[in-house]
Structures are given as C-alpha cells and as structure tokens.
Design a protein around this ligand. Structure first.
Ligand code: APR
Ligand code: PHB
Length: 383
C-alpha cells in the first residue's frame, strides 16, 4: 500500500525474486512524481537500487559527494566523509527522481500499479488471508493477500488500522520547520553546507549543475505569504555568509514549508500487516535519513517474504520489526542530535547556544567526533 519509495522499492525487490505484488496508491502518478522531497542517498541505498536494476539514471545524473560542510561563527569547516568513513560516500539524487525511475520500471514490466484508488481499508490481517478493500475508476475491489505492506506514509491508513493497545508510539515535535526552495541557479558551492546562525539554521543543497535546493529554519506553521522571494534570499545570504564567497540567486521554482518531528511506532508489524517507511517512523530532515530508512525497511521485508515463500520459514518475518528498529533508533538519535546542534532553539537560551558552538567546534576539530558524524551520515554498516 503506497507508491512512495518504500512501496515501489518493495514491489521491485519482490518482482526480482518472482513474487507477485499489487501496488495501490491514492494519489495520481502526476502528483507522486512531482512531490519535492529530500535528495541524499547513502551509499548502501544507491547500491540497493543499482542491484535492483533501477540505478541507471541515478548513476548518470546523480552526483557523488565525499564531504559536507558545517558552518558556524561565520566560518565553514569541511567534514571529509569518505576519508573518515572508510571511503564511503553519498549520492545526491532527488527522491522524486528515485520514485520516477521505480514507476517507469514497474510499468515497463507490465506489473500492477494502481493510482488514484479511493476508500482504502485493510481487514483480517490477524488471519492468514488479509484483505484490502478499495475503489478504482468507480469500481469496488477486494484484494486477497498473503501479506500487506503498509508503505502508506505517516498519514496513511495501515498504522491506524492496528488495534488499540498493540503499538507503542514515541514522538517529539520540534517548535520549528524548514522553508525549502528549488531555484533555477547553479549551486554556489558543490557540496552540502549545514549552517548554524543566530537567525536560525540554513542548508545549502543541490539537485543538478543548474538546480539548487536551499532551506531556512522557520516556524512550523509559517505562512508562505510572509516569505516573498526577496526575503528568502536575504535570509539565506545572512545565514550562509562567509568571507570571500558569494551565494548566487536565481528564479525560485518551488517553495514549501515542512514541520519537523521524530516519531516511531513499535512493533512495526501486527499479524500479516507490516509497516515500512514513514508509516512507521519519521525523522527530522537534518540527518537526511528518511528515504534511507524506508529503503532499509523494505530490503529487510523483501528478504523475509522471499525466505518465507521459498522455505516456509517465518523467522525473517517474525523478526522484521526488531531488525528494522535497530537502524531506525540510530537514525532517530543521529537526526535529533544534528537538529539540536544546528537549529535556533526555543527561548534562545545563551547556555544552549554555547553548548551548540562547543559541539560544532568539537566535531570539526576532533577526528573521533568527526568520524562518528561521518559514519552515521554515510550510513552505518555495522547495524
Ligand atoms: N492508500 C494508498 N496510498 C496511500 C494512502 C492510502 N490510504 N495513504 C497514503 N498513501 C500514499 C501516499 O500518497 C504516498 O505516495 O502512500 C505513499 C507514501 O509514500 P511516502 O510518504 O513517500 O513514504 P515512504 O515511501 O515511506 O518514503 C519515506 O518519504 O516523506 C519522505 O522523508 C521521507 O524520505 C522519506 C520517504
Ligand atoms: C536535500 O537536498 O533536500 C536535503 C539534503 C540534506 C538534508 C535534507 C535535505 O539533510
């Protein structure tokens, strides 16, 4: 259920293993392919997509990065990720592009992928014959399944269908959001910059040699009308300024505000219903982990389903949630830590500010601290 990165990647992995799946999505293809989301793929995520035969355009158009920058006190410090994390790197390639590639691959294989379904409901997942009810093109359908994968995002129906008392949820809502823009201008720096500033956090990212993706910290309920393009550029200029470097401006193609939260629902399964990706957990975007966690979940789920189909063993399925949650909680910690180190916090407590600056100085001067950031950022291999 859901044609985001989780649902589409799972369907692809099952296809490769010769297992039938139907993907149902309540939005249109147009909508799903134009939703602007994050764009950092851990090396392991890029490898998985490549191995699943959907990495061709990513390898052509994605940009491999070996470092990020942390900026504070008006100085920029390069964190050489690959030197610190055994040569591993990240690929800058928009989540939107990953989704387009997965949809194209599924349609090319002639496999079922239904957009604009309505009235979706899940039933009997505590039996061996779970069912999904939905309407499509005005007709009512019922799908009998062996397994339902709830890849329907944070606002989907699968998590809420699990009976009360089964799930334990953990959450933290941050008192700020990110205002993100996509601008038609060459990136002014070819690596990511995470900038701490007293006006609030800013992030310089990119999508291609001619498209820049920039963010400024704002209120979670920020009204975009209060942010004409000039104000966005002005804040970006202030927050990312360093001597001898210029931030080039250009036409803004898209802008949007995202609130920030941390959320985990445990266990990520009940009977024959398995939650994956944002349906089970949310991280604040500061660690760039959301997409990577979603892909990791479905990789574990696909392996478990394949083992069950081939051998009858349910060991993988039974251990699905526990296996996913190890990486989920690591990412929750890392993303929460990056967030609290870089954002202006409520009340602007001067003590908090001193702690942030001390921590930033530490990760940019101590190899041990930098290594910890780097191995988390490129994706831990030891979990
Ligand atoms: N029925 C069918 N589909 C649904 C339903 C429903 N009732 N409710 C939601 N969906 C669809 C959404 O329209 C969306 O396309 O499920 C899909 C969920 O996709 P994502 O939200 O992209 O979630 P996921 O695949 O888990 O990917 C996680 O997305 O939000 C980012 O930062 C996050 O990068 C991470 C990634
Ligand atoms: C992005 O390019 O959209 C992006 C990059 C890094 C992040 C979050 C988003 O931490």
């Amino acid at each position: 259920m859901g044609a985001g990165p989780a649902g589409l990647t799972l369907a692809r992995l099952l296809e490769v293993a010769g297992i039938e799946a139907v993907v149902i999505e309540n939005r249109s293809r147009e909508y799903v392919e134009h939703r602007i989301r994050a764009g950092v793929l851990e090396q392991g995520t890029a490898e998985l997509l490549r191995d699943a035969g959907v990495g061709e355009r990513m390898d052509r158009e994605g940009i491999v990065h070996h470092a990020i920058h942390l900026q504070f006190d008006g100085e920029r410090h390069r964190v050489p990720l690959s030197d610190l994390a055994d040569g591993r790197s990240i690929v800058i390639y928009g989540q939107t592009e990953v989704v387009k590639d997965l949809i194209a691959a599924r349609l090319a294989s002639g496999l079922p992928l239904l957009f604009e379904v309505d009235d979706v409901s899940v039933h009997d997942f505590d039996t061996e014959r779970p069912r999904i009810g939905f309407t499509h093109n005005g007709e009512q359908h019922e799908l009998e399944c062996d397994v339902i994968a709830g890849c329907d995002g944070f606002h989907g129906v699968c998590r809420d269908a699990i009976p009360a008392g089964v799930l334990e949820t953990f959450s933290r809502v941050y008192p700020f959001g990110w205002l993100g823009i996509l601008a038609s201008v060459a990136p002014s720096i070819d690596e990511l910059v995470y900038a701490h500033h007293e006006n609030g956090f800013a992030l310089l990212s990119l999508r291609s040699p001619v498209l820049s993706r920039y963010y400024v910290q704002c209120r979670p309920d920020e009204n975009l009308d209060e942010w004409p393009d000039e104000r966005i550029w002005e804040e970006l200029q202030i927050r990312t300024a360093v001597e001898g470097w210029t931030l080039h401006e250009g036409p803004i193609l898209e802008k949007g505000v995202t609130g920030m939260r941390s959320f985990v629902a445990e266990p990520m399964q009940h009977g024959r219903l398995y939650l994956a990706g944002d349906a089970a957990h949310i991280v604040p975007p500061t660690g760039a982990k959301g997409l990577n966690l979603a892909i990791n979940d479905v990789c574990i789920l696909a392996e478990a389903v394949v083992a069950w189909c081939e051998t009858g063993s349910t060991t993988g399925l039974d251990g699905y949630s526990a296996a996913c949650l190890r990486r989920v909680w690591r990412a929750e910690h890392f993303s929460g830590w990056m967030t609290s180190m870089l954002h202006s916090l409520e009340g602007n407590d001067p003590f908090d500010l001193k702690l942030q600056l001390s921590q930033l100085r530490y990760v940019t001067t101590s190899k041990a601290a930098a290594r910890s950031l780097a191995e988390n950022y490129v994706g831990l291999t030891t979990l």
